[in-house]
Write a protein that binds this ligand. Structure first.
Ligand code: NAD
Length: 248
């Protein structure tokens, strides 16, 4: 199947963040129309400056279905289709604590953004994708969802849920021309990682057989392949981007 990037519209949540924005830049270069959803207006403004005024931006909370529905409907009416959804919005919540110390409000917020926020957007885009018998959905999980990071139970459990959700959705829509996949990454070098002490970064990268962090370009390239039209025989799958750490 030809990619025809210039005929496609991509909705990217967390689109003002490191990985969402890098992917938006790559897709935009290929000619894809872009809508970015994020809960921080300042990063959306910054993204618009970099990508151009034609990029649609919506300040919203991905956990809020009616806000998400409005943004998706507005994108569809302006761009005539919704072909790609990349769920990049995510938060870690409080980290470096044991499970018995977890604050349940914090736990619920992590799940609201990471899990519910990936389902709201899915619910909003799916009618458009079913109508056109075509769609590409990518949920962004983490190695934490496969391995379980100590000190990050809310985040790890939520990312495992995202992986499980992807498996169900892949099967549910397998006969429709819509694929739903997931990606689980080890540490990717974003501003957040740059801000960490060298010692902490070394600790994380030493577990990676390639002995380095991933780059935002490596993420954007993998994501672009996963949501391409030519990637048409894999669904419900969790792709690996961990420099050889989780080869299962
Ligand atoms: N960077 C890494 O090393 C790494 C590794 C594994 C997984 N991930 C996952 O990749 C995704 C993107 O990570 P990133 O490094 O770009 O982080 P980031 O913090 O730069 O980007 C996340 C974006 O999501 C937005 N966001 C947060 N809550 C939101 C909400 N309720 N509604 C809408 N937008 C919201 C933030 O404003 C931010 O712009 C996240 O899901 C993260 O868990 C990142």
């Amino acid at each position: 199947m030809e990619n025809n990037w210039n005929l496609k519209t991509a909705i990217i949540t967390g689109g003002g963040g490191g990985l969402g924005l890098a992917t938006a830049k790559k897709l935009k270069k290929l000619g894809t129309k872009i809508a970015l959803l994020d809960n921080r207006q300042e990063v959306l403004d910054k993204a618009k400056k970099q990508l151009g005024d034609e990029v649609l931006t919506y300040e919203l909370d991905v956990a809020n279905l009616s806000q998400v529905n409005q943004a998706v409907q507005d994108t569809a009416s302006r761009h005539k289709s919704v072909d790609i959804l990349i769920n990049c919005a995510g938060i870690t919540g409080t980290t470096n604590i044991k499970s018995h110390e977890v604050d349940l409000d914090d736990f619920e917020r992590v799940w609201a953004v990471n899990v519910k926020g990936s389902l709201t957007t899915f619910k909003a885009v799916i009618p458009f994708m079913l109508e056109q018998n075509y769609g590409r959905v990518l949920n962004v999980a983490s190695i934490a969802g496969k391995e379980g990071n100590a000190g990050m139970v809310s985040y790890s459990a939520s990312k495992a849920a995202v992986i499980g959700m992807t498996k169900s959705q892949g099967k549910e829509y397998a006969e429709t021309g819509i694929t739903v996949n997931c990606i689980a990454m080890a540490v990717i070098r974003t501003e957040i990682v740059d801000a960490l002490p060298d010692k902490q970064v070394r600790y994380m990268t030493e577990k990676i057989p390639m002995k380095r962090c991933g780059t935002v370009d490596e993420f954007a390239s993998a994501a672009t392949f996963i949501v391409s039209a030519e990637n048409s025989f894999s669904t419900g799958f969790t792709y690996d981007l961990t420099g050889g750490r989780t080869v299962y």
